[in-house]
Design a protein around this ligand. Structure first.
Ligand SMILES: *Cc1c(COP(=O)(O)O)cnc(C)c1O
Length: 375
């Protein structure tokens, strides 16, 4: 029986050619033509002035916050439901992440609760485009402007999405991306920050390169980091960017196929999408069972694993993790989504026949978990 992984990179002869070219040129470290090309083209795609390439998406977040001067004593508002890196980046700054619940309509930050969480110590909001759906940037930007807060978008999962027709990358002061192996485009490990604020961009370039003065070698006016991307990774990304329209279209085909073919399965509800956005097809995301159902998702995942279909549970809310749970209030929406959410295999190379098979196995698994226990 063929097993289907939950994710797989979509690599072609073009990635091979560019990576080989980088290797043969000798420029395999953190300088080289592919890096310049990647940063220019990525900024252009995002409609932003500048892109700063980084070693991964986690350090992209840290670099963005550090460049903006977020530090000890500051509070940064983040969603309760996200990948742990969003909160960790705040912690690396010596600041306190303040967790706010998400809304059931988008699975992203609730602007009303963000407003209520603002204190005199609040310096920034990091919104996360969870499972490819952009957060409510119209409301968040207005709120941040009114309170003088920095707005950062963690767009690790939403490359290619738009909100009110604007691409991810233009919706916040700073936008971070990840190019980890399971993301929409990938270099294995990789990340990026885009911004149209040239002063912040210059600060990020300084901090990314160990804090070295660009005019004076081995003169380090500040404590920086080594957060650079390699030219080999950039070569892979140049190929992935060229092929992005095709990769995104294929992933959209996969997500739509699940949504259409599983529409009559009452146990499963698809990711909601706001009329104002085009979500990025990162991972087909469904909720299993009615609100409050704390067992069906795991039962279905186990049954699917036996059927040869690998799935992924949603993130555990950060506020339930040992490092962050002390003194937290309940975030009921994040808690419920974290218990019911399931990602299905999503990658460009899944054929329509593969999808038909996976859907059949999902139907079989649903029937198994619904069968009376005595049978
Ligand atoms: C993947 C991801 C990151 C971190 O990216 P890495 O490249 O793995 O460091 C950050 N935030 C979110 C929401 C992610 O999904």
């Amino acid at each position: 029986m063929q097993r289907f992984p939950v994710a797989r990179p979509c690599l072609s002869e073009l990635e091979e050619r560019y990576a080989l070219d980088a290797v043969r040129s000798g420029w395999i470290s953190s300088q080289g033509p592919y890096l310049r090309r990647f940063e220019e083209e990525f900024a252009r795609q995002c409609g932003a002035a500048t892109a700063v390439a980084t070693a991964n998406g986690t350090v992209a977040l840290h670099l963005a916050l550090a460049a903006a001067g977020i530090g000890p004593g500051d509070e940064v508002i983040v969603p309760a439901l996200t990948y742990v890196a969003t909160a960790n980046a705040v912690t690396y700054c010596g600041s306190r992440p303040v967790f706010v619940d998400v809304v059931p309509e988008t699975w992203c930050l609730d602007p009303e609760q963000v407003r209520a969480a603002i204190t005199p110590r609040t310096r920034a909001v990091v919104a996360v485009d969870l499972y490819g759906h952009p957060a409510d940037y119209r409301q968040l930007a207005q709120l941040c402007r009114r309170h003088g807060l920095l707005l950062v978008a963690d767009a690790a999962e939403s490359y290619g999405a738009t909100s009110d027709g604007e691409p991810t990358g233009r919706l916040a002061d700073l936008t971070t991306f990840s190019f980890f192996g399971n993301k929409i485009i990938t270099s294995g490990e990789g990340g990026c920050v885009v911004t149209s604020d040239e002063a912040l961009a210059a600060r990020m370039r300084l901090l990314r390169n160990q804090g070295m003065d660009p005019q004076r070698r081995y003169w380090f006016p500040v404590v920086g980091f080594n957060y650079r991307m390699t030219n080999v990774a950039a070569a892979l990304l140049c190929a992935q960017m060229e092929r992005a329209p095709e990769i995104i279209a294929e992933r959209e085909r996969v997500v739509s196929a699940y949504e259409a073919q599983l529409a009559d399965v009452p146990l499963l509800s698809p990711q909601p999408v706001s009329a104002r956005v085009r979500k990025a097809p990162w991972m087909a995301s469904f909720l299993v069972g009615p609100p409050g159902d704390a067992t069906s998702r795991d039962a279905l995942a186990r049954a699917l694993d036996r059927e040869g279909v690998e799935t992924r549970p949603f993130f555990v809310p950060i506020t339930e993790l040992p490092a962050y749970r002390a003194g937290q209030v309940d975030h009921p929406v994040a808690r419920d989504l974290g218990r019911r959410g399931l990602n299905l295999p999503t990658y460009a190379d899944l054929t329509d026949a593969d999808l038909k098979q996976i859907v059949e196995r999902i139907r079989a698994a649903v029937a198994i978990i619904h069968a009376p226990l005595t049978r």
